[in-house]
Write a protein that binds this ligand. Sequence first.
Ligand SMILES: NC(=O)c1ccc[n+]([C@@H]2O[C@H](COP(=O)([O-])OP(=O)(O)OC[C@H]3O[C@@H](n4cnc5c(N)ncnc54)[C@H](OP(=O)(O)O)[C@@H]3O)[C@@H](O)[C@H]2O)c1
Length: 247
Amino acid sequence: MFEFNLAAPMNWIYGVLVVLIPLIGVAEYRGWFQLEYSKFRPTQGGMSSRLGMFILYFVPIPVHLWFAAAYLGHATLAQWLLCAAMVGHFAKRCLEVLFLHKYSGPIGRFTVVQITLIYSLASALGGYLFAQAPALDGLFANGTLLFLIGEAGNYVHHKMLADLRARRSGYFIPQAGLFRLVTCPHYFFEIIAWVGIALMSHQWAMLLLALAMHNYLAARAWKTRQWYRSRFADYPPARKCMTPGLL
Ligand SMILES: NC(=O)c1ccc[n+]([C@@H]2O[C@H](COP(=O)([O-])OP(=O)(O)OC[C@H]3O[C@@H](n4cnc5c(N)ncnc54)[C@H](OP(=O)(O)O)[C@@H]3O)[C@@H](O)[C@H]2O)c1
């Protein structure tokens, strides 16, 4: 008979992720906890998007390192690379927030607290799981490749969005890169990066985390497409939400 061993941390991790996977997408889609930033920013109040975004991407870095400290003293090359991927992901986002993105409005203060907590939990989970050293095998190599493709594609599409505001502020219909096919290609590449980290780690729990992020971002991309359609009569009707040819 199945027994839920309350003393086993992995049971808790799988339990939380299994609840989170459907809940996070449905909650965003139904607006149960609307994260207030960018096109869905607060109507009044809030704080500087640049500062708020920097905080929520920076805090997970020391959180991850704190957990990773338990094994970094005797880490294998695979563990160093995993730690570098996790820290590199959040550091890249910090740099983009500081030097690339051009924000047009505030972010909700409570949203900053919510996302900081969610990312810190994801980062802590990675730090905890990576204590189990994965093999430097084909799965690890493919995961590394996916991670690099994901981060590069994510950056390229962030740059395209920033370039739209080179001359004028406001919102425009992006027409470059994978924006021709989907509304949020930057989300698509972010998911590829997280799947890459999951493959590198050889951990099912990291794959479930990527699935939870996928569900959240898919719901957000769907709402973003609704937003574009409601404001631009000429928004390309065939353009999907996030995944080329699928969703
Ligand atoms: N892992 C996760 O669960 C998760 C969740 C959310 C985000 N993310 C990451 O964060 C990244 C950014 O997400 P986001 O939701 O902030 O993206 P976003 O809403 O598309 O905004 C990105 C930047 O582009 C600007 N922008 C957006 N649409 C524009 C348009 N039509 N014309 C001109 N400028 C435009 C935004 O300005 P404004 O601020 O003025 O709108 C902002 O500076 C994602 O690619 C992903 O990597 C990850």
